[in-house]
Design a protein around this ligand. Structure first.
Ligand SMILES: Nc1nc2c(ncn2[C@@H]2O[C@H](COP(=O)(O)OP(=O)(O)OP(=O)(O)O)[C@@H](O)[C@H]2O)c(=O)[nH]1
Ligand SMILES: [Mg+2]
Length: 359
């Protein structure tokens, strides 16, 4: 058994350090506020002393080695280890009650859920997680929520970068499809030295074609404009030498069934492709759910989340991976091409979510 003390600013820092140093199996066995060291320590903000423990195999190895020698001193030592083990076991068993003791009960987890605009499904899952772990409603707190999120991020979150030659971006109007295409095109052509070609089938909106052509000119890459379904395979054939073909589409309202059918008809003309559904983080949870539902018809493969910079509520990250089994690929956090685009990673997404809950 390895036991270690940590001096930290908050429980978030403690969790991160404990996970890093002792691993996922570690448990918190105590926590108390302490004054910082030094003459003026009492003037500084208080720190938290957190004690964590984890069972390690080395103890068993040590036990084996020692038992072979069979000296009286060793037998005494083994007894001591067993006693320590027993104490720590009891502490682990009462882990939840010790967690409850250390956290103030004034935080209402349901207020956090409401502020994050989480779907009902997630709240129900949290409740069943707590029930399964024997945590009563009165004991819901941020540490329980942290453990729940860690668990779900580890087990449920699905992340995957698109890797097909043809990538089509679809989604509601104004979510950032064209801007994201420009960002991906810049990154792939300038950084990864790929031959990139662009196609737009957005001939509805005034200026849409020009918008894409401007990016194509800057990057010096070819762009094909497609105005009828039959032209789409032709455009793809023209760009066949490219390593990556990015297809921009016009925005469709999730409520407009005709537009969605037309989009599906266009998409069906491309045999081998990956389709990214672009959704803005600023969408309300109820709209977010409807967008995911309506666009299922278009058979998208992954999700790109945009406009992280325009919201302080990141619940849609959870909504995204709870309401569909499709992976998240990119996240966009601003208008700047190409800088404001990142590959989605577990750590970045978790940081957004936990940052919101913590504050
Ligand atoms: N703040 C912010 N703005 C963004 C982001 N991505 C795109 N935008 C802006 O959102 C606006 C619409 O972006 P577009 O790329 O034209 O969106 P679109 O989905 O192609 O729009 P339609 O083609 O009309 O459906 C532009 O002003 C972009 O600069 C982002 O991540 N954050
Ligand atoms: Mg567009």
């Amino acid at each position: 058994m390895k036991i270690k003390n940590y001096y930290v600013k908050d429980m978030y820092e403690a969790m991160i350090r404990i996970r890093e140093e002792l691993g996922n199996e570690a448990v918190i066995i105590s926590k108390r506020q302490v004054t910082q060291k030094g003459i003026f320590g009492f003037l500084k903000p208080k720190m938290i002393e957190v004690t964590a423990a984890v069972e390690v195999k080395e103890v068993n190895e040590a036990e084996k080695m020692m038992s072979s020698k069979k000296t009286e001193q060793e037998a005494l030592f083994r007894n001591e280890i067993n006693e320590i083990k027993e104490v720590v076991k009891q502490l682990i068993e009462t882990n939840h009650s010790s967690v409850n003791r250390i956290v103030e009960h004034n935080e209402d987890i349901y207020d956090i859920f409401r502020d994050m605009d989480l779907s009902k499904k997630i709240i129900e899952d949290f409740e069943s997680y707590c029930k399964h772990n024997n945590i009563k409603k009165n004991d819901f707190n941020k540490i329980v929520l942290y453990e729940f999120l860690m668990n779900r991020f580890n087990n449920k979150l699905n992340i995957k970068m698109p890797d097909s030659k043809v990538l089509v971006l679809i989604g509601p109007t104004g979510v950032g499809k064209t801007t994201t295409i420009a960002k991906i095109a810049s990154r792939e052509s300038l950084v990864n030295h790929k031959n990139v070609g662009l196609i737009t089938i957005d001939t509805y909106r005034i200026g849409a074609v020009e918008q894409l052509k401007i990016y194509a000119n800057i990057l010096d890459i070819p762009v094909e404009v497609v105005s009828s379904v039959d032209d789409l395979p032709i455009a793809i054939n023209i760009l066949r030498e490219c390593d990556l073909i990015l297809v921009d589409t016009s925005g469709s309202s999730y409520k407009n069934v005709n537009q969605l059918n037309e989009l599906k008809y266009f998409l069906d003309q491309i045999k081998e492709k990956e389709v990214s559904l672009v959704i803005s983080m600023t969408s309300k949870n109820t709209d977010f759910i409807q967008i995911l539902k309506s666009y299922q018809h278009a058979e998208f493969d992954n999700i790109i989340l945009t406009k992280f910079d325009e919201t302080l509520s990141y619940g849609n990250v959870l909504n995204a991976f709870y309401l569909t089994d499709k992976p998240i690929s990119y996240i966009s956090m601003g208008q700047v091409v190409p800088d404001d685009l990142e590959y989605a990673t577990r750590d970045v997404l978790f940081k957004y979510i936990w940052g919101e809950i913590k504050s």
